[in-house]
Design a protein around this ligand. Structure first.
Ligand code: HPA
Length: 269
């Protein structure tokens, strides 16, 4: 609580606005920042207790500004368990965003497809998840002032936001899937047997993020929307050697559509 309060008050000293929505940019949503009229940007390294991103493809700063006509705070750069952070560190920024006053959280990520109907650079709105991470940010003493000991997860991803996103995709005339995201620790990609297993247990896409942030958001009662860009195919017969440049290239193709979808979705709140 003390660390969250210190980080919050540092940020509020730099910038007074109260953002209504929080956005966590994963691979594939970088260009959303170009749509934000930026009022203020703060490097993670200057914020007390904030972790600092170690992955080259993720820069680290908080951006405050206006998207459409809504005040937003954007996390450019997120934290992953595989980088060595604890789950509490990975999700610390989400606690701070809630403390800054956000009312809804929007997340994007890159993911491998498990569903044979999905192609490269397709979008999948996450309607549920399976958590295969080895730890949870909610482990340990519960602070009842923040949220319940046993948070309900039957609406992990807000039904109304999902519906609105699907409507927007139809209006914009691009295909958007809906499915179950499996969160794994990484950093190694899946073996062929693991891709098959993740499909069998009910996954449509697999990635290394999002679920920790979602758990903390739901713990605090924050409605959450999340969307994956399919950057590689974990489908028997279509599995290829992966390198990060291919992942980023596949994400880039989806970026304009995803950016417009999130912008529209936020403007309808
Ligand atoms: N597996 C896990 N994480 C990922 C993948 C994948 O195939 N693609 C992008 N992130």
């Amino acid at each position: 609580m003390h660390k969250i309060a210190e980080a919050t008050s540092y940020i509020q000293k730099q910038h007074h606005a109260r953002p209504k929505f929080g956005i966590i940019l994963g691979t594939g949503l970088g260009s959303l920042v170009d749509e934000v009229h930026i009022d203020c940007s703060i490097d993670y390294q200057d914020i007390p207790h904030f972790p600092v991103s170690t992955v080259e493809s993720h820069s680290g700063r908080l951006i405050f500004g206006t998207l459409g006509n809504a005040k937003v705070v954007v996390m450019q750069g997120r934290f992953h368990y595989y980088e060595g952070y604890s789950m509490k560190e990975v999700t610390f920024p989400v606690r701070v965003l809630k403390n800054l006053g956000i009312e809804k959280l929007f997340i994007s990520n890159a993911a491998g497809s498990l569903n044979p109907a999905y192609g490269l650079s397709d979008l999948m709105v996450i309607n549920d998840h399976i958590n295969l991470q080895p730890d949870t940010p909610l482990r340990g003493a519960n602070l009842d002032s923040m949220g319940p000991r046993f948070p309900d997860m039957s609406d992990a991803y807000d039904h109304q936001l999902i519906e609105q996103a699907m409507e927007i995709a139809t209006e914009m005339d691009f295909e958007c899937h809906q499915g179950v995201y499996v969160s794994v620790p990484g950093p190694s990609l899946e073996t062929i047997a693991e891709y098959k297993y993740l499909r069998v247990i009910g996954g449509d896409a697999v990635g290394m993020s999002t679920v920790p942030e979602n758990l903390v958001a739901r713990h605090m009662g924050l409605p959450c929307f999340a969307i994956s860009v399919i950057t590689d195919l974990g489908i028997p017969g279509k599995i290829k050697k992966i390198n990060i440049d291919d992942v980023i290239a596949a994400a880039k193709v989806a970026e304009p559509g995803l950016t417009q979808l999130i912008k529209q979705l936020i403007s309808r709140q």
